[in-house]
Design a protein around this ligand. Structure first.
Ligand code: NAP
Length: 292
């Protein structure tokens, strides 16, 4: 039985809280005022009234904090800033869980000497999470285009965990899938999957014929120059986390529809995505306990 503080999070975290509560952990929630839970071991909390010295783990949203330590709160009013002082008020063994972590969050945990676990660093989590992400991208593609995905030319940039699942899903629904990758082994795998491999230096030419262009590369992959060749009927779906991989100022100027589709698992399949996070959290909490 652990004392866990959950600070912020989206719809996925409601499932996470319910799962952790079933295991008889004591949960304190900040940022969930408008959601009610019917278990007595789940309590809404205010930081100023909390005894942080009993907290074994702090669970942050997938994005962790912003560059000033602010944690995104969706189900309550007000702001929450995670500080070094808060972390230092927890016991030495208190572990901080997040999906991803920027330099600020990493630095703060280091300064407070608290261990930080980034759940999305794990390959298995990223792969499971790519499934609702790809389904969300398909949903957007269907909604934003006026023709079927079947037989549409779809270009997928990047062939990592998300890129592979996106390419496979669009291929499965009958799209003509082109995958842009820089790595030779990836290009070979693309060919093996029956898709068309494209080297980055050939992307410029290819873009003219694409109905949908899906970016998964976490750096500027579709810049103003690459847009020059793109038809205004092409729909761009950028899946890369902030700041993304598309020059959105240029797409707007050129009248090309571009969607920066973030947090898709939480939007399209919050229960499945919540289950993925809950499973990995339970495993991680158990293993941390063993080491204490
Ligand atoms: P990943 O497994 O690391 O794959 C990234 C891919 O991008 C790889 O193919 C990599 O190629 C390529 N790449 C990276 N930097 C590049 C560069 N400078 N030029 C060309 N190619 C480059 O990452 P992932 O798990 O697929 O995630 C991709 C992005 O999606 C991340 O930003 C992630 O945070 C985001 N994401 C978004 C959602 C959502 O809901 N929108 C959900 C999950 C993940 P190499 O292998 O050759 O390096």
């Amino acid at each position: 039985m652990l004392y866990i503080l959950v600070v912020g999070g989206d719809k996925r975290y409601i499932h996470v809280i319910e799962t952790l509560a079933k295991l008889e952990n004591n949960l304190y929630l900040i940022g969930f005022d408008t959601v009610s839970f019917d278990k007595s071991n789940v309590k809404h909390a205010k930081l100023e009234h909390m005894d942080l010295s009993i907290i074994d783990a702090i669970i942050l949203p997938i994005a962790g904090t912003d560059e000033r330590g602010q944690v995104e709160i969706m189900y309550a009013n007000g702001h929450f800033y995670l500080t070094e002082q808060i972390l230092s008020s927890t016991p030495d063994h208190c572990t901080i869980y997040t999906g991803t972590a920027n330099d600020y969050l990493q630095g703060m945990c280091k300064a407070a000497q608290r261990s930080l676990i980034r759940l999305f660093d794990r390959d298995d989590v990223a792969i499971y999470n790519s499934i609702p992400t790809a389904e969300g991208a398909l949903k957007i593609a269907i909604e934003e285009t006026e023709e079927t995905i079947h037989n549409a030319n779809v270009c997928v940039l990047g062939f990592g965990r998300v890129g592979k699942t996106v390419a496979r899903l669009f291929h499965a629904v009958g799209a003509n899938v082109y995958v842009v990758a820089r790595n030779h082994a990836d290009l070979a795998r693309v060919t093996e999957m029956g898709l068309t491999p494209i080297k980055p230096n050939r992307l410029h030419k290819l873009l003219a014929d694409m109905a949908i262009c899906i970016n998964t590369i976490p750096s500027l992959a579709i810049d103003d120059e690459r847009l020059t060749n793109m038809s205004i009927s092409t729909v761009i779906i950028d899946l890369a986390s902030k700041p993304g991989g598309v020059d959105f100022v240029a797409t707007q100027r050129r009248g090309i529809k571009a969607v920066h589709a973030l947090g898709l698992p939480g939007k399209t399949a919050p229960k499945t995505a919540g289950r993925i996070i809950a499973n990995i959290l339970m495993e991680s909490l158990k293993s941390e306990q063993k080491h204490q």
